[in-house]
Design a protein around this ligand. Structure first.
Ligand SMILES: *Cc1c(COP(=O)(O)O)cnc(C)c1O
Length: 399
């Protein structure tokens, strides 16, 4: 029955959303499908869809066309058998860890992971029956030793560390993990698939906070993973049970962001490289961290691992400590202090006060996170405007 066949107002109002006019042409882009439930013709179709004999969606938490499309796109981008989308990067990571490590199993994790990941591993992994050990992933020999003995089921690393943007040798770690029968899980958020595909380098599963570069516009929270179909299916089942699957609008927005991922990241990388060069030459800057700079200790690895660019993230330390960092931030007119990254707009953050706030000053000092440290997520603005605003900040930090 169509809407114009119904006479009573309460029924018209109740059923108006059901009316989906079908034209002879198809929409050029996938429509956003917010439906939380799907309808069936008869019980035969119910049987076929529930048993997986016929393709179809049932209920929003269990699957949705927009979320499905994102999972397929991510799998194709990463060269994986299957993709998985989650309500956030953390949800994707947790589901991946639980799918990769059996109860009672051991997980070897890189020291100094994203703060949320560290917290999750400290607070919740043991309760899930997973024993977590930390190792310096920048030292593949230490990783090899840590994987010996009562072997770990998996090794978790980030391609580019936060906030000092040091590179982790993923191809080498993949060989080490494989030789010890451990799975290699890589959080590739900072690099994005535009610059690096961990699976091509031998990793088993890649995870992203799609909130960052994949979405790219600071307007959604989402996570994705890609890897072997069987493992992704188990991780997805966990998300379905715990209700941490992605909702359709964020999936749709992430797909919209993916269209320009490579263009954005290329520009962000170019802007970061130029800005890093400028900062490194400035007298109030004590040290600049960016693997794209020829003088950076990670430059050799960057040339082989990230030949398309070292990414949009860079970090620098001001001579004058916290006072200088505060003066720098207050001297900016266009760039904003925002504790996230990967957005089209350049974001500046202060790791000691934000992402690494919960650590003791001593622990921060050990990690090289001083009060004068400033992290930049380069955006896609015209470089001249970026340079001019950074110069305003640096001038303010000088006096
Ligand atoms: C942001 C981030 C996460 C967490 O992702 P959410 O989408 O915020 O849940 C995990 N890893 C890295 C490296 C991140 O930057």
């Amino acid at each position: 029955m169509t809407i114009d066949e119904i006479r009573r107002r309460a029924t018209i109002a109740a059923r108006a959303m059901e009316d989906a006019p079908a034209g002879g042409t198809r929409p050029a882009v996938a429509p956003l499908q917010l439906a939380s439930v799907f309808t069936f013709r008869d019980l035969g179709q119910v049987d076929r869809v529930y048993e997986g004999e016929e393709r179809g969606y049932i209920y929003g938490r269990l699957g949705n066309p927009n979320v499905d499309a994102l999972e397929r796109a991510v799998a194709a981008l990463e060269g994986a058998e299957a993709g998985m989308a989650a309500a956030s990067g953390m949800a994707a990571l947790w589901a991946t860890v639980l799918a990769a490590v059996p109860p009672g199993g051991r997980l070897l994790a890189s020291a100094g992971l994203y703060g949320g990941t560290e917290q999750l591993l400290h607070e919740d992994a043991r309760r899930a029956g997973i024993e977590v050990f930390f190792v310096d992933a920048r030292d593949p020999e230490a990783v090899g030793r840590a994987l010996e003995g009562p072997g770990a089921a998996a090794l978790l690393v980030e391609t580019i560390t936060n906030p000092l943007v040091r590179l982790v040798n993923v191809p080498r770690l993949a060989r080490v993990a494989r030789s010890r029968d451990a799975l290699l899980l890589v959080d590739n958020t900072f690099a994005s698939p535009a610059l690096f595909c961990p699976l091509e380098a031998g990793a088993d599963v890649v995870v992203h906070s799609a909130t960052k570069y994949l979405g790219g516009h600071a307007d959604l929270v989402a996570g994705v993973a890609a890897g072997p179909a069987e493992m992704m299916a188990r991780a997805r089942a966990l998300l379905q049970r715990t209700g941490a699957t992605l909702e359709p609008f964020s999936a749709w927005l992430t797909l919209r962001g993916l269209a320009t991922l490579e263009l954005r990241v290329r520009r962000q990388s170019d802007n970061a490289l130029r800005l890093a060069g400028e900062l490194a030459a400035h007298p109030v800057v004590k040290r600049t961290y960016y693997a794209g700079l020829p003088e950076d200790p990670d430059h050799g690895l960057a040339r082989t691992m990230l030949p398309e660019g070292a990414g949009g993230m860079l970090t620098f330390e001001l001579e004058g400590g916290e006072a200088a960092a505060d003066a720098f931030l207050r001297g900016l007119r266009m760039l904003k202090l925002a504790p996230s990254l990967g957005d089209v707009m350049t974001a500046v953050s202060h790791p000691a006060k934000t992402s690494h706030r919960s650590l003791s000053p001593e622990r921060r000092a050990t990690l090289g996170i001083g009060p004068g440290l400033v992290r930049v997520s380069a955006g896609i603005e015209d470089y001249e405007d970026l340079r001019a605003d950074a110069a305003r900040g640096l001038a303010a930090a000088t006096c």
